[in-house]
Design a protein around this ligand. Structure first.
Ligand SMILES: Cc1cc2nc3c(=O)[nH]c(=O)nc-3n(C[C@H](O)[C@H](O)[C@H](O)COP(=O)(O)OP(=O)(O)OC[C@H]3O[C@@H](n4cnc5c(N)ncnc54)[C@H](O)[C@@H]3O)c2cc1C
Ligand SMILES: NC(=O)c1ccc[n+]([C@@H]2O[C@H](COP(=O)([O-])OP(=O)(O)OC[C@H]3O[C@@H](n4cnc5c(N)ncnc54)[C@H](OP(=O)(O)O)[C@@H]3O)[C@@H](O)[C@H]2O)c1
Length: 423
């Protein structure tokens, strides 16, 4: 009897269903997916949003640190058709941004299917439809669904998975090793020597947070990086750049930004930061490398509270060996080594997306592929790039939808397909 019970273990029970979606399927309920859904609502197009987590904006709710604030002024971060509340500060906090996204989803009545991870999506040439397979991510029941739709919107983000570097000896390191996406606050590292690997915005901000919680951080800077002040003479550097770009060519704006950075921050090379040969905006446009906007980390480096170290050679017995031969005792490692797209792991398509999970065509042309495939939020331009894509996609689908529904009104045949989508 006991064996019989084991045979029908819940782990083995699958519920398989096939669902026709009347309208596009949007994969991902982050800011990009929500923005697209809201714009489709305005076009009168029904849709279905599939999200692997149990909440909207899971990157912001679950994989970001407590002290995080938007580092661009709020007007560059709000989503289409619903501005931030007027009382929000110039740089909203993570909590304010999440509250805004929650109210955005409520306002446009966007109700994603949570706990459904898309495992595979492919275009079926015969039917001219997309087949999107999901597996449920909650409970012991591994339910599987197949959604069939005409349009597929990829909104899984540039930061879907953490980049975990392979460094000799790291696997055997006995202290705490976490990725930046698990870091909440420096509280747990109080009094500890922490090696922060990576000097993007995450690495720089986490080093500052560690310092503010009385830890002793060292930050690994293995290559060149542009560090710019977040503000110049009280005005956002990003906003200044956007203004200047209306009148001046990009290379001139880059030169001005570097002069301003030098005036505000001084020569950062003496702290161990090498500037890239290309200017900050050119580098962002060509290689997608975001400049660091300094929020106080350089001051702590100048005072010696944060140490800058070169690339890592290996980890041995609780210590790190650097490429310059120096050895340091450390208690913990925070890998601020960035993120990557997960699109190649589930989208069976090779024309529109490249192997790195980004559309092959750069901004502003990377939002539309063939056969009803779209991408939102892969512009390397943060939230403003996502809003741009979302508006374009909804207009494009809306145009076809309106044309076809007008024609259908004259058609008397009834549709017997099972239709599940949100409207
Ligand atoms: C620490 C940090 C701070 C940032 N700060 C800023 C900022 O100040 N300003 C700015 O413009 N940008 C910022 N960014 C960039 C950030 O990527 C965007 O702001 C924004 O989150 C992008 O939205 P998205 O919807 O494209 O991606 P995400 O927010 O990553 O949302 C994608 C969603 O897709 C879901 N998903 C992924 N794979 C699947 C799957 N297979 N099936 C189902 N669902 C799936 C995920 O769970 C997630 O909810 C920051 C990024 C990080 C990491
Ligand atoms: N306040 C904010 O708004 C805020 C805060 C944090 C992050 N963000 C955004 O979030 C996105 C991700 O930022 P991020 O800082 O997490 O990632 P990132 O910009 O991709 O930076 C990753 C860093 O890790 C380094 N790195 C990778 N592997 C390494 C290794 N093996 N050894 C040493 N260094 C290594 C990289 O160096 P190389 O350059 O040499 O590869 C780079 O410095 C960006 O768009 C960023 O702007 C925003």
């Amino acid at each position: 009897m006991e064996n019989l019970v084991r045979l029908v273990d819940y782990e083995d029970i699958f519920l398989k269903r096939c669902i026709w979606v009347n309208g596009p399927v949007i994969v991902g309920a982050g800011p990009s997916g929500l923005a697209t859904a809201a714009c489709l609502k305005q076009q009168g197009v029904p849709f279905m949003v599939l999200e692997r987590a149990e909440c909207i904006a899971s990157l912001w709710q679950k994989r970001t640190y407590d002290r995080l604030k938007l580092h661009l002024p709020k007007q560059f971060c709000q989503l289409p058709n619903l501005p931030f509340p007027q009382d929000f500060p110039e740089y909203p906090t993570k909590k304010q941004f999440i509250d805004y996204l929650e109210s955005y989803a409520r306002h446009f009545q966007i109700n994603p299917q949570f706990n459904e991870c898309v495992r595979c999506a492919r275009y079926d040439e015969t039917s001219g439809l997309w087949r999107v397979k999901t597996v449920s991510t909650c409970g012991s029941m591994k339910n599987q669904f197949e959604y069939i739709c005409r349009w597929l919107v990829v909104a899984t983000g540039e930061n879907a998975e953490c980049v975990m570097p392979e460094i000799e000896g790291l696997g055997e390191f006995k202290g705490d090793v976490i990725h930046a996406c698990e870091y909440k606050s420096g509280e747990r590292f109080k009094g500890k020597k922490v090696l922060v690997v990576g000097c993007g915005n995450s690495g720089m901000e986490l080093s500052l947070d560690l310092c503010n919680h009385n830890a002793s951080p060292s930050i690994v800077v293995r290559s060149s990086v542009h560090v710019l002040p977040k503000e110049v003479f009280g005005k956002s550097t990003f906003e200044l750049a956007v203004l200047m770009l209306q009148w001046l060519p990009l290379w001139v704006v880059d030169k001005i930004l570097l002069v301003l950075a030098w005036l505000v921050l001084g020569n950062i090379e003496r702290f161990g930061f090498k500037r890239p040969l290309e200017g900050p905006l050119l580098l962002k446009n060509t290689k997608g490398k975001t400049p660091v906007l300094d929020i106080g980390t350089l001051e702590k480096i100048r005072s010696g509270d944060i140490k800058v170290v070169p690339a890592i050679k290996r980890f041995t017995n609780g210590c790190v060996e650097l490429v310059n031969g120096e050895k340091q005792d450390i208690d913990a490692v925070v890998l601020a080594t960035g993120y990557r797209s997960n699109v190649p792991s589930w989208l069976q398509e090779g024309e529109f997306f490249s192997k790195n999970g980004f559309p092959k065509c750069p901004f502003p042309n990377g939002w539309k592929g063939n056969a009803g495939l779209y991408a939102v939020g892969f512009t390397k331009r943060g939230l403003s790039g996502a809003s741009f894509d979302a508006i374009k996609i909804a207009q494009d689908i809306g145009h076809v939808w309106k044309h076809e529904t007008k024609q259908k009104k004259h058609c008397t045949t009834t549709c017997h397909k099972r239709c599940i989508s949100q409207f």
